[in-house]
Design a protein around this ligand. Structure first.
Ligand code: HMG
Ligand code: MG
Length: 283
């Protein structure tokens, strides 16, 4: 049967805001994180230690992390390279996330590296993170479809997942970056991954461009997945994935899980959803 409890990881401060054209002030980001911190999430993805020239919106990663430390919450910060990890370590981030696309064309645009160049850089990154006892989330982006390459094969996904497993990722997050996946292929991918890696922890990360994110969530549930990323108000989008819209809305996920009797431990107020939406010019 389906899982009776799931973990919802809130990503609106990071995925939700990273593509906003105007800088959202650090104070406003802190207010969003404060409200989310009272909503019952065990973990929140709050920022990215990426290059401020590439993603100016995340230029306040150090200040945001210091604030999360003050709040005492468990947060995830994106760290695409060793330089990023060093920045995250210097502020004491408890959890980091690397992100590599299954599609090499996507990686060239997003992180200026091919897939194999990025995977090579992950070896010293994982080693350092492990030495510092940091929890490692590893994203496989463009797991079904790439905005530059088109359809993505299971073999390309498997290539990255396999390396993440070898390197000892604590969880592997499978991303439908541009929201083009459909439930049948989502089910198949997760079923095959769970067959090949029964001990690995997988997460579903769905964007809602085709309005299939909830259906994809249900398909992943049927394949045994019990961790999902979501974003309050449905904010989100990757600057290097043209045309993609937001992540699946946390409030929609909660409606579905609550009706199905699947517990999340999360209670998101209408005020917090409204506040998240007020920060976005893209909805
Ligand atoms: P690069 O330009 O190739 O970096 O950027 P480099 O290694 O060639 O270094 C060039 C200069 O940048 C050097 O400085 C470095 O020190 C500096 P210089 O010596 O010239 O003075 N540098 C940095 N500075 C600050 N922070 C850093 C850093 N790294 C190097 N971390 C890089 C490579 C990965 C940094 C760049 O491409 C980048 O920042 N990309 C941003 C990508 C991004 O944020 N994408 C959105 C998140 S992914 C996503 O949304 C998908 C996801 O949601 C899942 C899904 O939906 O599927 C996660
Ligand atoms: Mg995303």
């Amino acid at each position: 049967g389906l899982p009776t409890a799931v973990e919802l990881i809130e990503v609106s401060p990071r995925d939700g805001l990273q593509n906003e054209p105007e800088f959202v002030s650090t104070e406003k980001k802190k207010e969003l994180i404060l409200q989310l911190s009272k909503s019952g999430f065990k973990r929140i993805e709050t920022t990215s230690f990426v290059h401020p020239k590439w993603v100016p919106q995340m230029a306040d990663a150090e200040q945001i992390s210091a604030y999360c430390n003050e709040l005492g919450i468990t947060y995830i910060a994106l760290t695409p390279n060793v330089k990023a990890l060093e920045r995250a370590l210097s502020v004491g981030a408890p959890e980091i996330a690397v992100f590599i696309g299954a599609s090499s064309a996507f990686n060239q645009k997003n992180i200026n590296r091919t897939t194999d160049e990025s995977l090579a850089e992950c070896a010293p990154l994982f080693a350092l993170a492990k030495q510092k006892n940091v929890f490692i989330r590893a994203y496989v982006s463009t797991a079904w479809h790439c905005p530059y390459q088109g359809p993505v094969s299971f073999e390309e996904v498997h290539h990255v997942v396999n390396r993440f497993v070898e390197l000892g990722a604590d969880e592997i997050d499978i991303g439908d970056t541009n929201g083009e996946a459909h439930p049948q292929e989502v089910f198949e991918t997760f079923q095959r991954l769970r067959e090949k890696y029964p001990k690995a922890v997988f997460v579903g990360h769905f964007h809602d461009t085709s309005k299939l994110a909830l259906a994809n969530t249900y398909a992943a549930l049927q394949a045994g997945i019990d961790k999902f990323d979501a974003s309050a108000g449905g904010l989100g989008g990757c600057p290097f994935s043209p045309g993609a819209t937001g992540n699946v809305a946390t409030e929609d996920m909660l409606t579905m899980f609550d009706k199905m009797g699947i517990t999340t431990g999360v209670q998101l107020s209408r005020e917090t959803v409204a506040y998240a939406k007020s920060l976005s010019t893209r909805l």
